[in-house]
Design a protein around this ligand. Structure first.
Ligand code: BG6
Length: 485
């Protein structure tokens, strides 16, 4: 094993993390089809924890499509589709100083229904220009292939990943992207937060609730198909473009034991194992024993095709990456009361949370990096880290955000500690340097950026981009490669 230098390498990636569906807009332009995310409505009438539309039946989807009184902010995003040139200039070499930019290929822009024999040529027109503009601004594109952007028709007509035939459709989509962009994109994330399935039956896996009486079983079967598709896409990349690096991405949702009672410690360990299960499969090449035990204990039967085991073992991920926002705690009782990954944790009384209840825990980033490194021994990237705040500009139009500087300083300090621990972490992506539409609640008012976007929840405002006070501090951090903390 090579020695990891405690200082950051010169080619460390300082990136901005984004997703097409939260910023592009233009949901019905350029030949794009509807995706599962285009029906995410703004629901300010509901409590925060109920705003995420994750479990939908086909009837509910039809109602959403027909309801003219609803607002769908992701359909316009921040109009990045039309403004990307000036936005990238603001983020790149001459602006915030980023040297990497992560966003997603919007699946339904390439394959409007997911079933087409040939990709939509207008998708190439947009992404060719977008990738060129990233590079021109000194930023390496790091691209996600699937970030809650499955064509809606695949979900409604085929039950998304529950249908084994979706494997071929996804692999074909990946092949199209690798063939076209292998010279411009080196690092690829196949699926955003592949472990986060309990909350994302429809908007990630595309499985309508009316498809099954056993949603948990359906989700793990769908996840199995998604993982087989990832390994087959990885095989294609390895065989045709060996210079590419294909990554598996997790939502880093590690819990601490709520007490030191052995049964709480064990329950927490088991919960964390199952959160790491997809990365274990894709980075190590097989279903671990603990997962087989979990399925047996919960009456879940995942059906394998004859070649699946061989396929999973043959091509594992080249790197592992994760989003990091928060930590929580777990006990035997909380684990028993909830479902894996949903309602199975407790708040940590030692941590403060933001207004959306996300507990801020910089030390947890060091802990998480160490856990991932010990487990996988593959290059690691933190591809999302940030915190949402309510913000208003002052009379001069500037947002004063010392809390954001504190948040990033505390987290980067822990990343540097992890590096000194010997963890091979090669990149850090702030989520998201420009204010964008929230994935979970569709609000604009959950602001993450170093750059304020003058737009409200219902899309009103000039759209003007104004650097916040934290902009200069983050630029110094990035351009000094972490030295000016
Ligand atoms: C991550 C997602 O889980 O969380 C992003 O990958 C998302 O798409 C981010 O934006 C923050 O969540 P939210 O709901 O505050 O936008």
């Amino acid at each position: 094993m090579h020695k990891i230098s405690p200082t950051l390498p010169a080619d460390f990636l300082w990136g901005g993390g984004f997703a097409a569906h939260q910023m592009d807009g233009a949901y019905d332009e350029g030949g794009k089809g509807l995706s599962v995310t285009d029906i995410s409505a703004l629901r300010r009438d509901l409590p925060i924890e109920q705003r995420k539309q994750t479990d939908l039946s086909r009837d509910r989807v039809r109602e959403l499509l027909a309801d003219d009184s609803l607002t769908f902010p992701k359909r316009w995003g921040i109009d990045f589709y039309h403004r990307y040139e000036s936005d990238l200039a603001l983020l790149g070499r001459e602006g915030l100083g980023l040297n990497a930019f992560r966003t997603s290929f919007h699946w339904s822009r390439f394959f409007p229904t997911g079933d087409e024999a040939e990709p939509n040529p207008e998708a190439f027109t947009y992404y060719d220009a977008l990738l060129d503009a990233m590079v021109a601004n000194g930023m390496e594109p790091v691209m996600t292939v699937s970030h809650y952007e499955m064509p809606l028709a695949l979900a409604l007509d085929h039950a998304g990943w529950l249908d084994r035939a979706t494997i071929d459709k996804f692999v074909r989509y990946c092949q199209v992207l690798f063939d076209r962009y292998h010279d411009r994109v080196r690092r690829w994330i196949l699926v955003n937060q592949i472990n986060m399935v309990a909350h994302e039956g429809f908007n990630h896996l595309g499985v309508p609730t009316d498809e099954t009486d056993n949603p948990v079983q359906a989700r793990y079967q769908a996840l199995h198909h998604e993982m087989v598709a990832c390994t087959l896409a990885t095989a294609y990349a390895h065989e045709h473009y060996p210079e590419l690096e294909i990554g598996v991405m997790e939502y880093a949702d590690l819990s601490y034991p709520a007490t030191s009672k052995p049964e709480d410690v064990l329950a927490t360990y088991q919960r964390n194992q199952m959160e790491l299960f997809p990365a274990d499969v894709l980075a190590r090449g097989c279903y671990p024993g603990y997962a087989r035990r979990f399925f047996a204990d919960h009456g879940i039967e995942v059906i394998f095709a004859p070649d699946d085991e061989v396929a999973l073992a043959a091509h594992t991920a080249d790197f592992v990456c994760f989003s990091y926002y928060l930590t929580d705690t777990c006990s035997a009782a909380s684990r028993a009361a909830g479902e894996q990954g949903k309602g199975d944790t407790l708040p940590n009384p030692n941590l403060e949370a933001n207004p959306w209840g996300w507990a801020v825990d910089p030390v947890g980033l060091r802990y998480t990096l160490n856990v991932f490194w010990d487990r996988y021994q593959k290059p690691l990237y933190v591809v999302e880290n940030g915190c949402g705040f309510h913000e208003e500009p002052d009379a001069d139009g500037v947002v004063h955000d010392p809390y954001r500087v504190k948040f990033y300083r505390d987290h980067v300090r822990q990343l540097l500690e992890a590096r000194a621990d010997g963890v091979d972490v090669r990149g850090y992506f702030a989520w998201a340097p420009l204010d964008i539409v929230s994935a979970s609640s569709c609000e604009m008012s959950k602001r993450y950026g170093f750059i304020y976007v003058d737009q409200d929840d219902i899309g009103q405002g000039s759209g003007r981009r104004v650097p916040k006070e934290s902009f200069d501090w983050f630029r110094r951090l990035v351009t000094s490669n972490g030295a000016e903390l």
